[in-house]
Design a binder for this molecule. Sequence first.
Ligand SMILES: Cc1cc2nc3c(=O)[nH]c(=O)nc-3n(C[C@H](O)[C@H](O)[C@H](O)COP(=O)(O)OP(=O)(O)OC[C@H]3O[C@@H](n4cnc5c(N)ncnc54)[C@H](O)[C@@H]3O)c2cc1C
Length: 461
Amino acid sequence: MPGTATSRTIEAARALLGERLTTNASLREHHSHGQDTQTPVLPDAVAFVETTEETSKLLALCHAERVPVVAWGAGTSLEGHVTPVRGGITVDLSRMTKVLNVSQPDMDCRVEAGVTRDQLNTHLRDLGLFFPVDPGTAACTIGGMCATRASGTNAVRYGTMRENAMGLTVALADGRVIRTGGRVRKSATGYDLTRLFVGSEGTLGIITEIQLRLHGIPEAMSSATCQFPTLRDAVETVIAIMQSGIPVARMELLDEVQMEACVAYSKLEGLRAMPSLFFEFHGTPAGVKEQAQQAEDIAGSFDGSGFRWATDTAERNKLWQARHDALWAALALKPGHKGIATDAIVPISRLNEAILGAKEDIAASGLTAPIVGHVGDGNFHTVILVPPEPDGLARAWDLDKKIVNRALDLGGSCSGEHGVGIGKREFLEREHGTEALAVMYSVKQALDPRGIMNPGKIFLN
Ligand SMILES: Cc1cc2nc3c(=O)[nH]c(=O)nc-3n(C[C@H](O)[C@H](O)[C@H](O)COP(=O)(O)OP(=O)(O)OC[C@H]3O[C@@H](n4cnc5c(N)ncnc54)[C@H](O)[C@@H]3O)c2cc1C
């Protein structure tokens, strides 16, 4: 049962939101976990907010009574981000789905936090514009993507949420509402609060609106696949392509285990269970042809073979849908297993050490763990399949730690895109150093002095 303060806050929140404040058991269960292996915890109530004003009023109530608040977009995060470890109220923003405005000449737009990336791109299609950040699940919201500083297959060309969020509306822990950033391409005024909230995982405030940078739909797009005798050859190809400055839009690596999974799950014809690269090139028809030829030449010098080009939209979509379904394909390899997805990132020149080292760790662990990743920016995933045995989770976390620690040894980061949540907290001190982490904590204390905003995330205490 919730404590007295929480019960009082729930009653006051019900007066504010009516039946959009719910203690319904199945809705609380739905909001007790994300897409992760952390232990679920039920929130005491779930609030479906529809405006910034409601969000602000709800936060003021929770602040007054010191009731924990967890923001929720679609719950697709992978590190225990949305688990309400101290109970309280989960604030679901999925009903805030308005595209507030789009400026074609300025190539920007303002959206409410619950808009999903697919909804936004459907809205933009007839204007010749698109929003490029594409995490592997279409369900995630722009607010959640901002809060996790998400990226995807296009980041190597178009950047992540860090580069594409220009400004925000944020309801702070005590209910104050601020606007950060703006619509200009650059500004030299004051601290960059937009960058502070992007990646803050709901620990500093709730983002209710986002100003986004948009991009023109390229005149021509072409995709390609290429297969390699060894993983080392595939990774050397990636490094050489990046160093030669070819402006690839997407470049994804799949090892032979992930390819076996994807060929079977997505029915990819003509591809084998071998280390592979999936490419996409954007530009003018002549530019795309030239980029593709350069990439093919480089891959050829590392024994890449079987180049297959696809300019046909249906064929391209099938390839990228297969890539986006890589997690589900990996899970289908071992029915009954769960998955832990690592997302370490290293400087591009150290990618072979990181990936081949991970391969050795996987072999030594005896676990199955396909490798797939947005390697153009040095980021790769290991989908560690957790056996349904008493020590399965412990073995999987042990492997996860080895892969992450090697990435840190190589000058990388424990998370290129999924974020910290609960799962990556233990690596933050090593990655950032004690003093920098203490500065981050003092920012948290300044903005959330009562510690109500998504407690237990990012920081260990
Ligand atoms: C199959 C699969 C593939 C994925 N592939 C990728 C990938 O390629 N790249 C990638 O970056 N991620 C990937 N993810 C992870 C996930 O999709 C992203 O982290 C996504 O950004 C989460 O969005 P969401 O709306 O589901 O947020 P949620 O999971 O609901 O929330 C995530 C975090 O943000 C906070 N939050 C949510 N909304 C707000 C808000 N409006 N204001 C403040 N805080 C908020 C929450 O409290 C939580 O801490 C993948 C996940 C799955 C299941």
